[in-house]
Design a protein around this ligand. Structure first.
Ligand code: ADP
Ligand code: MG
Length: 630
């Protein structure tokens, strides 16, 4: 059936605002590597072929006798045109409008903000990941025509745009459209005409898309026969020894949409009870959606080479950064996407792949410490989620974890290193949580530990506050926050050989403690002498029960805790200022000001504000007035 274009004139549509903004960026892009547009078009064409294969399982009529997927690139030097055609699923009119006129994915705004602040060409790396791949063709074309016919549909549609704010949609004569699928024609800009040269296009395709699972052919000039560039065999089905590192990297780039080198690759075939092949990569740098609230992974599930879904959650959430695929020989081809989650075959696969990925990371940690630290810096904060989510592998994940500690310098330490370095009689693994190593290193709470040479983990990821309270122990030692409860440091000798402060708190100090408790009783639960302070006068700690102070702040920030517990104010009995206050030679009102100022000082050191900024300023002013010459 033919539809006459004369009957229905082209309708003009305006791009959604975000698309317009994105297009503007593409056109004026600073990307040095324009070749990526070709990878994006090929990847879309391959996706379309895989979608068709999947839909045809339930509805074979869609194939209409044409069962071989293919992608064809056609060059036209004279006409300065570049065409990519596929015989995949195709798009209806509504799908064209939806897919090429809007941006469906939520991460887009964040993406654009990142490109606008483009650091060192980072944008190029991000295009593929954000699902804005199609628009990259406006980097090289000043007009793009997309002719598409949905599988088994009679009518075909033309989408056309100069990439400047609007696009047109019109029906096209059936003879001018592919029998099924999509043909995208780029009218190349003058400076992009090299994309009509056979050799450069061949090189780019082989380099970027050599392992796309659909064969790619090229028609060098109008009227020529197509010549095959790649055969579309699945890389993962080949034996490991036949695959070069470059081929792995190329495949990784295709499957992840990232353009860096993978940090790790895991390729194996499982035989026996369940038969499947897995090819998985740990990326070289964090994917943009690593901290999306849905925490979804993107491992693809294939069944006998047919792509089924990338929502099968083939790995636990704490490995969501891993990219790649599993090809199962056991699952039925017509498995519904909904059924997959429940399948026992899938849970066996999930277990097998998870183990192999973790083992590969362990091996890397052993064989190449620097490479592992790079991986850890990118993904450690996510892997640590597994310590409280995956009980079975908790010990393994804790052993894999690396930390900044008071003994690590610029480097990292493992918990095994920590335990080796523990003091005689030390039963706990001490930690301090906060927002940055610098802030933590300045904490007064650390002083007593430092003075005794006791190592403390410095934890700065927000996930840390959760796993430490969930992980009972490592090699028999429990985790203990140094800002919670009593420090019990008296049993450990100071490094400089100084005798520990007298056990008994002197009576004048006790007097000041009672005074401060009386005055500050609204704000704190207790005042006591401290053994964790050596230089500072005061610090705040949480009581033995309840939450660590940092976790309390996080929970409050997330609205999951109504009110914080009152902390304990610890004072350093050896500090000259505390001694002077204890001597009790000043009038009570000044002593009261001093007690409040000490509390506020402890709060500020914790990264908080004084309780009552106005009262704080007044007290400070009164004190300065006294100190300054009249
Ligand atoms: P993504 O591929 O990440 O979804 P793109 O910008 O590359 O983002 O493509 C947007 C959408 O346009 C695709 O999701 C798909 O629905 C549609 N599309 C693009 N190219 C084709 C094609 N050759 N065949 C069918 N649909 C396509
Ligand atoms: Mg795409």
């Amino acid at each position: 059936m033919t539809t006459s274009t004369a009957e229905k004139p082209a309708e003009s549509h305006v791009f959604e605002a975000d698309v317009a903004r994105l297009l503007h960026m593409m056109v004026h892009s600073v990307y040095s590597d324009k070749d990526v547009f070709l990878r994006e078009l090929i990847s879309n064409a391959a996706d379309a072929c895989e979608k068709l294969r999947y839909e045809a399982i339930a509805n074979p009529a869609l194939l209409a006798g044409d069962t071989d997927s293919r992608i064809t690139i056609s060059l036209d030097e004279e006409g300065r045109k570049f065409t990519v055609e596929d015989n995949g699923i195709g798009m209806s009119r509504d799908e064209l409008i939806e897919a090429l006129g809007t941006i469906a994915r939520s991460g887009t705004r964040a993406f654009m903000e990142r490109i606008e602040a483009d650091k060192a060409g980072e944008g190029t790396q991000l295009i593929g990941q954000f699902g804005v791949g199609f628009y990259s063709c406006f980097m090289v074309a000043d007009r793009v025509d997309v002719v598409s016919r949905r599988a088994s549909a009679d009518e075909a549609w033309l989408w056309s745009s100069e990439g400047k704010g609007n696009y047109r949609i019109a029906p096209v004569d059936a003879v001018d459209a592919p029998a099924r699928g999509t043909r995208i024609t780029l009218h190349l800009m003058e400076e992009a005409k090299s994309y009509t040269s056979r050799w450069s296009v061949e090189r780019i395709v082989k380099e970027q898309s050599g392992h796309v699972p659909v064969p790619i052919s090229i028609v060098v000039k109008p009227g020529d026969e197509p010549a095959q560039l790649t055969d579309g065999t699945a890389l993962w089905a080949k034996s490991k020894t036949d695959i070069t590192p470059e081929e792995y990297t190329d495949f990784y780039r295709g499957v992840s949409g990232q353009y860096d080198e993978p940090a790790l690759n895991v390729h194996f075939r499982a035989e026996g009870r369940h038969e499947y092949t897995a090819l998985a990569f740990v990326p070289g740098s964090p994917p943009f959606d690593l901290f999306d609230p849905d925490r979804k992974g993107r491992m693809k599930l294939y069944v006998k080479r047919v792509f089924i879904t990338d929502e099968a959650e083939l790995l636990p959430r704490y490995l969501r950064f891993v990219r790649g695929l599993v090809d199962s020989a056991d699952l039925p081809l017509n498995v519904s996407r909904e059924m997959i989650q429940e399948s026992p075959i899938l849970s066996a696969i999930r277990k097998g792949v998870t183990s192999r990925v973790i083992t590969a990371m362990e091996k890397l940690a052993e064989s190449d410490g620097d490479a592992f630290i790079k991986l850890w810096e990118a993904f450690g904060s996510v892997i640590k989620e597994g310590i409280y989510e995956d009980y079975e592998r908790r010990a393994q994940l804790m052993a894999l974890s690396r930390f900044r500690t008071t003994a690590s310098g610029e480097g990292y330490r493992s918990l095994a290193d920590y335990v080796k370095n523990a003091k005689e009689g030390q039963t706990a693994i001490y930690y301090l949580t906060g927002s940055s190593p610098e802030q933590l290193k300045a904490s007064p709470q650390l002083e007593g530990f430092r003075a005794r040479g006791i190592e403390v983990l410095l934890l700065t990821d927000s996930v840390d506050s959760f796993w430490v309270t969930n992980a009972p122990e490592f090699e028999g030692k429990a985790f203990k926050s140094i800002t919670q409860g009593s420090a019990d440091l008296a049993q450990f000798k100071k490094v400089d050989g100084q005798a520990a402060a007298s056990e008994e708190t002197p009576s004048d100090i006790r007097g000041f403690i009672a005074f401060a408790k009386d005055k500050l009783g609204q704000e704190i639960s207790d005042v006591r002498a401290s053994d964790r302070l050596t230089e500072s006068a005061v610090c705040l700690v949480a009581s033995e029960q309840g939450y660590d102070r940092q976790l309390e702040k996080i929970l409050q920030g997330a609205g999951r805790l109504q009110s914080a517990a009152k902390p304990i104010l610890e004072i350093n009995p050896d500090h000259p200022m505390i001694k002077a206050l204890a001597a009790n030679t000043i009038d009570s009102s000044l002593r009261e000001d001093a007690a409040f100022l000490l509390l506020d000082q402890a709060r500020v050191l914790d990264g908080d504000k004084p309780i009552d900024p106005r009262a704080f300023a007044e007290r400070l002013a009164r004190l300065m007035e006294r100190a300054l010459p009249q």
